[in-house]
Design a protein around this ligand. Structure first.
Ligand SMILES: Nc1ncnc2c1ncn2[C@@H]1O[C@H](COP(=O)(O)OP(=O)(O)O)[C@@H](O)[C@H]1O
Ligand SMILES: N[C@@H](CC(=O)OP(=O)(O)O)C(=O)O
Length: 491
């Protein structure tokens, strides 16, 4: 079976209308075979007029780069830090095996498996030679490895999405669908295109009425997709395609409905589907590492006026959750989530009334590429709640201690648990949350909110994160939905 691919030479304007652009994330990609009857070939529906953007199979990008949450090194991180070649070569072998396992779990025809095996072999071999050549080149003083690391990151991450898109096309073609691979990874091409140009070139010759384009979530482009958007970049590709082609709707398919808390944590029977929310809430979720949608992708869709829907990929008859710009009709907590963070605190008695401390701390955090989740300050103390390893936090502390020798700078691992909703006014949320946390015996280290009333944050000991999420979910969502006369009324 011959796969049709699209190349850069074909450049005309896109002529699509009435179509949807749909994204499948890594977790659901790992179950892509189960999605054929629910998503691709649903009885009684037209399988075409849709553009699919796919992420790498679950865990593959983590192995190619580094683990998104734990930071455990993958090929990229091993290559970046390696003194000898053993680390990254082993990591590359591990990822090749994981890719093979991923496609064997979803393909069943031996010919497809053989093609997918060959695809992995060719890309992994290509990456290995490229990295060796780069090392060799950089043994000459004129070429610095550090200047090429971003390209290495781009090259590696693209392999994950090229693989998953290739496998999806094999799978769908085998089931009789006219799927077409749109590989935007720039593998062995001349490069130099902007993101828009790359997307236009990839899609220009597709006939949406009769072809089902399976587009790689990674798109190679001038400036670099990773440099600008980093992890979760598939959603940027997805949103840009939806905006560029004037999609009727942009749809993100997930493993579960976008729910009032992580179903795996709180229980599938206890959480409820959001149904409707807005971009303000989506931004708060991204900030807490629970990516309903990449904030840059949300912006693109909002500006292009393309409605966004998040659905459960396995429940095709359920419309899922619509995300738009509208305010809530009634106040209420919609979702509770938690995140482990480092509380980085600078105390300086002489700070009162003196400017410049904040700017210096922000400069240090920026220098060490630390993600700020939240911050508070008082007369003489500034606390940033950040997502960083303790190693990075120690580097920031060393910088600040040098700059402010009389300040006390320290870091502590804690968790932020956040109750989020479009409108949290007049809910007595703080009082109810504090009472519930106290009843559950969970210490509250700090609490904050902003006058916008979209989030209530509680800082708790790191090990209490999940218990605090369950406690707040029960108090603010489950009991709030309980019938009259029960505990919610009394709160
Ligand atoms: N509020 C939430 N609603 C739904 N899923 C959630 C929520 N919070 C955390 N999750 C977790 O996110 C995981 C990955 O979801 P999904 O969006 O399908 O992944 P991906 O980013 O790979 O597409 C799910 O398995 C679920 O446990
Ligand atoms: N696979 C990439 C891109 C992405 O968007 O993934 P996901 O849709 O699984 O979050 C990553 O892990 O960053």
């Amino acid at each position: 079976m011959l796969l049709k691919t699209v190349n850069d030479a074909e450049r005309t304007d896109l002529r699509f209308s009435g179509h949807t652009v749909e994204k499948i994330g890594g977790t659901s990609m790992s179950r892509i075979a189960d999605l054929v009857p629910t998503l691709f070939a649903r009885e009684g529906t037209d399988p075409y007029n849709r553009i699919f953007v796919v992420s790498a199979f679950g865990g593959i990008t983590d192995r190619l780069l580094e683990h998104k949450k734990s930071g455990q090194p993958g090929v990229y991180a091993a290559f970046a830090s390696d003194q000898d070649d053993a680390g990254w070569l082993t990591a590359l072998k591990t990822v090749a095996e994981a890719m093979g396992e991923a496609h064997r779990a979803v393909l069943d025809h031996p010919a497809d498996i053989a093609q997918a095996d060959e695809f992995v072999r060719e890309r992994v071999e290509g990456a290995r030679s490229c990295l060796f050549d780069l090392q060799r080149l950089c043994s000459y003083g004129h070429f610095r490895l550090s200047e090429h690391m971003l390209n290495v990151r781009e090259l590696l991450s693209g392999i994950g999405e090229s693989h998953s898109a290739f496998v999806t096309v094999l799978l769908l073609q085998r089931r009789g669908l006219n799927a077409r691979l749109v590989d935007l990874s720039g593998w062995r091409d001349e490069g130099g295109a902007t993101l828009d140009e790359r997307l236009r070139a990839g899609l220009s010759s597709v006939d949406l009425a009769e072809e089902l384009p399976i587009v790689t979530g990674y798109a190679q482009c001038r400036g670099g997709l990773m440099r600008e958007y980093d992890r979760g970049y598939s959603e940027v590709t997805f949103a840009t395609i939806a905006a560029l082609t004037g999609a009727r709707e942009a749809i993100i398919h997930k493993e579960f409905h976008l729910s009032s808390a992580d179903p795996k944590l709180v229980g599938e029977d206890k959480v409820k589907k959001l149904g409707h929310t807005n971009y303000d809430v989506a931004d708060q979720l991204s900030n807490m590492g629970m990516e309903a949608i990449h904030p840059k992708a949300a912006k693109t869709l909002r500006q292009a006026d393309v409605p966004l829907r998040v659905t459960n990929a396995f429940e095709p008859d359920d419309p899922g959750t619509l995300i738009d710009d509208k305010p809530a009709e009634t106040p209420g907590v919609e979702i509770v989530c938690g995140l482990n963070v480092v509380a980085l605190e600078l105390f300086e008695q002489d700070m009162v009334g003196v400017k410049g401390y904040d700017a210096a701390i922000l400069e240090a955090l920026k220098r060490h590429k630390v993600w700020i989740v939240s911050k508070t300050s008082n007369a003489n103390t500034i606390t940033h709640y950040v997502q960083a390893s303790l190693k990075t936090a120690r580097r920031v502390i060393a910088d600040l201690s040098e700059q402010f020798p009389s300040a006390e700078v320290g870091a502590r691992s804690v968790a932020i648990v956040s109750a989020i909703g479009r409108d949290l006014r007049s809910l007595r949320g703080v009082r109810r949350s504090l009472a519930a946390l106290e009843d559950a015996g969970i210490e509250v280290i700090a609490q904050h909110q902003t006058p916008r009333h979209v989030n209530l944050d509680f800082v708790v000991p790191a090990e209490e994160r999940d218990a605090a999420v369950a406690t707040l979910h029960k108090a603010l969502i489950e009991e709030a939905a309980a019938p009259a006369g029960t505990k919610a009324e009394a709160a």
